[in-house]
Each structure stands twice: as structure tokens, then as C-alpha cells.
Design a protein around this ligand. Structure first.
Ligand code: SF4
Length: 233
């Protein structure tokens, strides 16, 4: 009704089919703003899901904890299982060694996606999840093909696991993601996640006369929030 705030359940969402029409998905999640809409879209189709938070790329640890807590808060609200996986950041730094100066969407990001999806696929194989997917692809800052390639590569290590390449941005997904972030007042991160993305975002901002990234302070729906800035980790 006009003038009434939308409930998170009042959106019309498409009916989704997983690969093989299975009813059990392990969803790799990068952060609450990206995950919120994906989680609701999966739930709206009656598909059972477990959220897997594995993001050792996020720097520094306070930023990691806040992004994780925001995601867990929304999982608790929806009564969905939330797996708090390792923060093995030393392994992440080893994995991207030599790629520190790659641009976003370059080779460092491929290595970063590969690492996160390999661990997701391993967990899926150990806990009988036939399908995995990721919330990373809903962000318009990401290269969907690059994410899907990494996901398919990770799943192909196991004969019984499939990576679900659904495009979460389509059929209104991008718009609902922004609306939901504001409605739930999710923490609004201003850089992708790693120390190199923080460095490059600050360089870009300073070159364009903008202030440095503010961490741990902005939440969607606040007066200083800019709904255009949404970056998955
Ligand atoms: S920019 Fe983002 S996706 Fe790329 S390496 Fe850094 S955290 Fe990972």
C-alpha cells in the first residue's frame, strides 16, 4: 500500500529451479547487502539453504567481524543456518602473492574467488550439499562470468557437486537488493574487501577530490549513505 514500508516478504520474486531440481543449497556469502536478496529469493522458492561465510580476504579484522555479524544477524532473523568458516588470512595473502597490483576484476580476484569457492565446495562435499552458489554475483561491481568460472571450476573437483550459475541481478534482483539493504539498515561497506581494494579505492577517491573510505560507520538508510556504493567482498 502506498506510504507503507514494504515487508521483506512482500516482494514478488521469480520461482527458481536449482540445477537438477535439488532442494538443498550451500550458499557462499560475501556480505549482508549482497546476501540478503539472494537468501530471500532462494527461500521464496522453498529451497533449503545454509549460508557459508568464508571470506579471509576481508581486511582488517574489525571490518571482517562487522560484515560477518551483519550477515549472521539477517540469517538469525530468517532462522537460516549460518556457518562461520575460517578467517585464514595468511593463506589468502599467500594465494594472491605477486598479484598485489592487479586491478579489480583481474587475476587477483580470480585467485580470491577460487580460494573461497574451493573451500565452499569442500564443505559441500563433506556435508552432502549437491549444489553450491555465491552471493558475489549480485553486485554490479563484479564480473559475473569471472565468478561463475571460478564457481564451476571449484565444483568440478567433486563429481556430485554443481555450481549454480543463476544471475541474481535479473528479474528485479538488483533493485530488491538495494531496497532490502535500506530496509534492514545493513552495514554499508565502501570497498570490496581486501587491503589492496581499500588502497585502490582510496587512491581513486583522492584523485577525484573525494574523502577517503570511512569504515565501520555507514549503514544503509542513514543520511550519509549513498545507495550507489555497494561493493561485495
Ligand atoms: S578486490 Fe575483492 S575480489 Fe578482488 S582480491 Fe580483493 S577482495 Fe578479492
Amino acid at each position: 500500500m502506498a506510504g507503507q514500508p514494504l515487508s521483506i516478504d512482500s516482494y514478488h520474486r521469480p520461482v527458481l529451479d536449482t540445477p537438477g531440481q535439488v532442494n538443498r543449497v550451500l550458499l557462499h556469502s560475501c556480505c549482508a547487502p549482497c546476501a540478503g536478496e539472494v537468501m530471500l529469493a532462494i527461500r521464496a522458492s522453498g529451497i533449503e539453504q545454509t549460508v557459508y561465510f568464508y571470506n579471509p580476504n576481508i581486511h582488517p579484522v574489525e571490518e571482517y567481524e562487522l560484515r560477518k555479524d551483519e550477515n549472521k544477524r539477517f540469517c538469525d532473523k530468517l532462522k537460516l543456518p549460518f556457518i562461520d568458516a575460517d578467517y585464514d588470512k595468511d593463506n589468502w595473502f599467500d594465494r594472491v602473492k605477486g598479484l598485489e597490483n592487479e586491478p579489480e576484476r583481474g587475476k587477483r580476484c580470480t585467485a580470491c574467488f577460487d580460494m573461497r569457492f574451493e573451500r565452499t565446495a569442500l564443505y559441500a562435499s563433506e556435508h552432502d550439499f549437491p549444489v553450491i552458489s555465491s552471493t558475489l554475483g549480485i553486485s554490479r561491481w563484479k564480473n559475473m562470468e569471472q565468478i561463475n568460472d571460478s564457481g564451476v571450476r571449484a565444483a568440478s573437483r567433486y563429481p556430485d557437486i554443481t555450481y549454480w550459475t543463476f544471475n541474481w541481478r535479473k528479474q528485479g534482483g538488483s533493485q530488491r537488493m538495494i531496497e532490502l539493504a535500506k530496509q534492514e539498515a545493513f552495514y554499508q561497506q565502501e570497498y570490496c574487501g581486501c587491503v589492496y581494494s581499500l588502497r585502490d579505492t582510496n587512491r581513486h577517491r583522492l584523485a577525484n577530490g573525494r574523502p577517503r573510505v570511512k569504515r565501520l560507520v555507514n549503514f544503509y538508510g542513514g543520511c550519509s549513505a549513498d545507495a550507489e556504493i555497494i561493493a561485495s567482498s
